[in-house]
Design a protein around this ligand. Structure first.
Ligand code: ADP
Ligand code: ASP
Ligand code: MG
Length: 813
C-alpha cells in the first residue's frame, strides 16, 4: 500500500487534476489518495462565513464563485452525458452549505463548530469530483469520507486525533476494500458522535500521514507545487535549493518554524513506523524531490534549512518581584495555555528578571489581557510590570541535526544579520540544539532569509545590489565595465553584482531582478521622474542585503544624503569629493556611521581617479606607519593643461580641449582655481590622520580674479582669451629657466598648500606625461626615498575602474 496526498494547487483546476490522475494511475500497488480542497477554496469558505456572520450579503457572491469553480471543473473533466448528474450532486451539497451560511447570517454570529462544518465542504467536494474523474477514466477507484475514518475530540478548528479509534476504523474499512484506489478528503474528521471537525489549516498532510501509518503504507508521498523541501522558502529565496535527504526531526523542526510545505504534526504518525516521506512536485514529477527518513547518516551540511514564521508578537513579563520567586513561570504558562494560545518560542534571561514568549499576532490581545489579570495583585503592588507587547515581528530559524556539534553558527548568524542592519529582538536555541531562532522585524524577513541563505548555503557566491546615481561620463563607463565583467566576477571572485536602480538628474528606474545593462539607457528613459528622496525610499523599501549606493555625480545635494544611506547599512561608494572635503565634522561622522552600521564608505577615486592611493595609504596607517610629508601632482586636468601648453598653443584652446576630452570637471573653474587639488590634498591629509579644514589650505591662485568670478563656462572661457598674454608670460618665465609648470600640492608639518610651481629637470614631477598624477609619501618607514604612486589620474575609464575596485572591496568585506 502507498499513500499519496495532493495539495490545493495540485488540484486547483481541471488541468491539474488530470496531472494528478496521470501520477496516480502509474502506481501498481493499492493506493490511498488524499486530496485537499481546490486551491483557495478553504479561504473562500472562511471568508463567506465571516461575511455571513457579520450580516454582510457578500457571502452569496463568494458562494457563487465556489460553485463556478466546481462547475467549471465538471465541464472540463467529464463527458457531457454525465454532467447533469454531477452538477446536481454538487448543487445539492452547495445548497446545504448555503443553508448553514444563511443561519450564520440570520443570527449574525458563528462558532468554531459551525466553521468546521462549513470549511469541510472544500475537501468533500474536491474528493467527490476527483474520485468520479478517476472512475470516468477507467481507474478502479472509490471515495471514502474522511469523517468515517478519522476520529477526533471536539476541539473544533484544531481537533486532536484519537489514534486508537481511528486506527480501528481504518483497519475495518480496508479489510473489506478491494478497490485499487481509495480517494479520501484531507483535513476533515469527526467526533465519535459524528460532529464535523477539522485538523487545522494545512491539515490534509496530517490526514495522509495518519492513513499511511494506519494502513502500514510503504511510503507517504506528499505532492505539492514545489520540488521538495528547500533550504528556504523558494518563493522568497531564489537561490534556495532542494534538500535531497533530511531526517524526520529536521523536517519537523523546519515545518514547525514555518516551512509550510509540510504541516508540522504530519511527521509523528509515520515516524513511529519509520515510513519514509517523499515530497514531490505535481508539475515536475520527474524531479527527485526530498526524502525524509529516520537517519541521514550525518550526510550533508550542519545547517539544513532556514525557515520563518511571520506575524509574531513578543509578550514579556518583567519586574523585580520575579527574581527568585518560584512558580511565576508556571502561572504565566498556565494562563497562556488556559486560553488556548500556542507558544512558538520562549526565552528567559538567567537573572529570572523577565520571561518572554513569541505567539501569533492574532492571539496577542487575548494573551496580554489574561496575563495582566492573572498577575493583577503583583502588578498593583508594582512587583511586576504590566506585560510588554511588541507586534509585527517574525521568527527566523536555522535548522540542522548536526548543528549541535558545531561552534560559531550562532555567531555567524548574528553577524550576518547585523551586517545587514537586521535588528534582533530575541534569541532562542532549542534544547535539542537542532535550531537557533531569532525574532526580527517582519519587514526584514526577505532580507534576513536571503542574507542567511547566502552565508550558510552559498558560501561561494555573494550577491551585491547596486543603486547607481549619475550616468554621465563616469557612470556610463562604470555600467559598461560592470556588464563586461559580470561573468568574470561571478566565476573568479564569486560575486554576483546586480544593478537594481539607476538614476540621472532626470529619470530613475528600478528592476528587482537586476537591470539588463546591455540596454540600460532605454530602461532609464522609460523610468519615472528622478527624485533623491524617492530614490532612497525605494532602496529602503526593497531592503536588499549587501546594498551599495554608488554616487557618480559631483553634486552637493547627493553628497548630503550619504548619512541616510549609511544609517540604513547601505554602503556608499563615491567619486564625488564634496562629502570628504566638507567640514571635518561631517567627514568624521560619515566614517563613524560606516563603522557603526557595518557599511563601508569608500571614495578611492576622490584622489587620483583609479590609482590605488587611498587604499595604499590606509594600509600604511593600519600597519602602524606615520605620514610625515606628502608631495603630489594631483590634478589630471591641470597636468593635461600644462603639458600641452607649450608656447605654440593658446591657453584657452588647451583648456577647452581638456574640457571636451572629459579631463576637467563639468565646471572647469573647479580645476583651474586649484579648489579640486586643495580638496584632494585635504582628503589625503585627513586620511593620514590629521584634522584639517579646506580653509586651512593655502591656495596660490594662478588665474586672474576675473576668471574666478565668472558664472558661466562661456564667460570663463572669454576671460582666458582676455588674459592670454599673462599665461604666455608665465610659461616663458619657466621655460627660460629649463623648468616646466606643474600644479603641486604639498602637506608637511600639519600644513597644506597648493599652487603652480616651476619644476626643474631631474625632479620626480618633471617628466609627468599627459593627465598623469603622482604622489610621494614620506613616512616613518619611507623617510628619504618616498613611496611613489604614479599613473593616469583622470578620465572616465580609469575613474570608473576605481569605483569598480571599491565595489569589489565591499564584496570581499
Ligand atoms: P499544498 O497546498 O500542496 O499543501 P502548501 O502551500 O501548503 O502546498 O505548501 C507548499 C508551499 O510551501 C510552497 O509553495 C512554498 O511556498 C512553501 N514553503 C515554505 N518553506 C518551504 C521550504 N523550506 N521548502 C519548500 N517549500 C516551502
Ligand atoms: N484545505 C485546507 C487548507 O487550506 C487543508 C489543506 O489543504 O491541507 O488549510
Ligand atoms: Mg499544505
Amino acid at each position: 500500500m502507498k499513500t499519496l496526498k495532493f495539495g490545493g494547487t495540485s488540484v486547483a483546476n481541471a488541468n491539474n487534476i488530470k496531472l494528478v490522475k496521470d501520477i496516480v494511475s502509474q502506481n501498481q500497488v493499492p493506493t490511498v489518495v488524499v486530496v485537499s480542497a481546490f486551491g483557495g477554496v478553504t479561504d473562500l469558505l472562511l471568508n463567506a462565513l465571516d461575511l455571513a456572520a457579520k450580516n454582510e450579503i457578500g457571502y452569496k457572491e463568494i458562494l457563487s464563485q465556489i460553485e463556478e469553480r466546481h462547475f467549471n471543473a465538471i465541464k472540463l473533466l467529464f463527458p457531457v452525458a454525465i454532467h447533469s448528474g454531477l452538477i446536481s450532486k454538487v448543487k445539492s451539497e452547495l445548497n446545504d452549505l448555503e443553508t448553514l451560511l444563511e443561519g450564520a447570517f440570520l443570527i449574525g454570529e458563528t462558532t468554531q463548530r459551525l466553521s468546521d462544518k462549513v470549511v469541510s465542504y472544500g475537501e468533500l467536494l474536491s474528493s467527490y469530483l476527483i474520485s468520479e474523474h478517476f472512475k470516468a477514466e477507467g481507474l478502479d477507484a472509490i471515495l471514502k469520507n474522511g469523517r468515517e475514518l478519522i476520529i477526533t475530540n471536539d476541539n473544533f478548528g484544531n481537533a486532536s486525533v484519537n489514534f486508537s479509534k481511528t486506527n480501528e476504523q481504518v483497519a475495518a474499512f480496508f479489510e473489506n476494500n478491494s478497490h485499487k484506489i481509495t480517494v479520501v478528503p484531507g483535513f476533515v474528521a469527526a467526533t465519535e458522535d459524528g460532529d464535523a471537525t477539522t485538523l487545522g489549516r494545512g491539515g490534509s498532510d496530517f490526514t495522509a500521514a495518519i492513513l499511511a501509518a494506519a494502513t502500514n503504507s510503504e511510503i507517504l508521498e506528499i505532492w505539492t507545487d514545489v520540488s521538495g523541501m528547500y533550504t528556504a522558502n523558494p518563493k522568497l529565496v531564489k537561490q534556495a535549493k532542494c534538500v535531497a535527504h533530511i531526517s524526520y526531526e529536521e523536517a519537523m523542526e523546519l515545518s514547525h518554524f514555518g516551512a509550510k510545505v509540510l504541516y508540522p504534526p504530519t511527521i509523528q504518525p509515520v515516524l513511529n513506523k519509520e515510513i519514509p516521506i517523499v515530497i514531490k512536485n505535481t508539475f515536475e514529477p520527474e524531479q527527485e524531490g526530498t526524502l525524509i527518513t529516520k537517519n541521514t547518516n550525518g550526510e550533508g551540511k550542519t545547517v539544513r534549512g532556514i525557515s520563518h514564521i511571520g506575524n509574531i508578537s513578543l509578550l514579556s513579563l518583567e519586574g523585580p518581584g520575579m527574581v527568585g520567586i518560584p512558580g511565576i513561570s508556571k502561572r504565566f504558562f498556565e494562563t497562556i495555555s488556559q486560553i488556548g494560545v500556542s507558544v512558538v518560542l520562549i526565552t528567559q534571561a538567567s537573572s529570572e528578571h523577565s520571561i518572554c514568549i513569541g505567539i501569533a499576532d492574532k492571539d496577542v490581545a487575548n494573551a496580554s489581557k489574561a496575563v495582566n489579570l492573572a498577575f493583577e495583585y503583583e502588578i498593583a503592588s508594582k512587583k511586576i510590570h504590566p506585560v510588554k507587547v511588541e507586534t509585527d515581528l517574525a521568527i527566523v530559524a536555522l535548522v540542522g541535526d548536526n548543528m549541535k556539534s558545531h561552534q560559531g553558527l550562532s555567531g555567524k548568524m548574528f553577524s550576518t544579520l547585523g551586517k545587514n542592519n537586521v535588528n534582533i529582538r530575541a534569541i532562542a536555541q532549542g534544547a535539542s540544539e537542532r535550531n537557533i531562532s531569532t525574532v526580527i522585524d517582519k519587514k526584514d524577513i526577505k532580507k534576513a532569509l536571503n542574507a542567511l541563505h547566502e552565508a550558510f548555503f552559498e558560501e561561494n557566491i555573494k550577491q551585491l545590489n547596486l543603486f547607481v546615481m549619475g550616468c554621465g561620463n563616469v557612470g556610463s563607463k562604470l555600467l559598461q565595465q560592470l556588464q563586461q565583467q559580470h561573468s568574470y566576477l561571478k566565476k573568479e571572485l564569486k560575486l554576483n553584482v546586480r544593478v537594481i536602480g539607476i538614476a540621472n538628474s532626470r529619470k530613475m528606474v528600478f528592476q528587482e531582478g537586476g537591470i539588463d545593462l546591455s540596454n540600460w539607457q532605454d530602461t532609464l528613459d522609460s523610468g519615472t521622474i528622478a527624485n533623491q528622496e524617492a530614490f532612497i525610499s525605494k532602496i529602503k523599501e526593497l531592503n536588499y542585503r549587501n546594498s551599495i549606493f554608488v554616487d557618480n555625480t559631483a553634486n552637493a545635494t547627493v553628497a548630503a544624503t550619504y548619512s541616510d544611506y549609511l544609517k540604513n547599512s547601505i554602503s556608499v561608494v563615491t567619486c564625488n569629493k564634496i562629502a570628504c572635503s566638507s567640514e571635518y565634522q561631517n567627514y568624521l561622522s560619515l566614517k563613524q556611521l560606516a563603522k557603526k552600521y557595518n557599511a563601508p564608505f569608500l571614495f578611492e577615486t576622490n584622489v587620483g581617479a583609479g590609482l590605488p592611493i587611498l587604499d595604499t595609504l590606509k594600509h600604511l596607517i593600519v600597519s602602524g606607519d606615520k605620514v610625515k610629508k606628502i608631495q603630489a601632482v594631483l590634478s589630471g586636468s591641470l597636468n593635461f593643461v600644462f603639458n600641452n601648453f607649450n608656447g605654440e598653443t593658446t591657453f584657452h584652446d588647451v583648456v577647452k580641449q581638456a574640457q571636451v576630452q572629459g579631463y576637467t570637471e563639468p565646471d572647469p573653474t573647479i580645476d583651474l582655481s586649484g579648489i579640486d587639488v586643495a580638496r584632494k590634498i585635504l582628503i589625503l591629509a585627513r586620511e593620514s590622520g590629521y584634522h584639517l579644514e579646506l580653509t586651512d589650505i593655502e591656495n596660490e591662485a594662478f588665474l586672474p580674479e576675473e576668471s574666478l568670478q565668472t558664472n558661466s563656462n562661456e564667460a570663463f572661457f572669454n576671460t582666458l582669451v582676455k588674459y592670454e598674454s599673462d599665461f604666455q608670460k608665465r610659461y616663458k618665465n619657466a621655460a627660460d629657466k629649463g623648468c616646466k609648470l606643474k600644479y603641486v600640492a604639498q602637506f608637511e608639518n600639519g600644513k597644506a598648500k597648493v599652487g603652480l610651481q616651476e619644476i626643474p629637470q631631474g625632479h620626480d614631477f618633471y617628466n609627468l606625461e599627459g593627465s598623469d598624477n603622482i604622489v610621494l609619501f614620506y613616512t616613518e618607514r619611507y623617510p628619504q626615498q618616498p613611496l611613489i604612486i604614479k599613473g593616469a589620474g583622470a578620465g572616465a575609464d580609469v575613474t570608473a575602474s576605481g569605483i569598480f575596485a571599491d565595489i569589489v572591496r565591499i564584496g570581499n568585506f
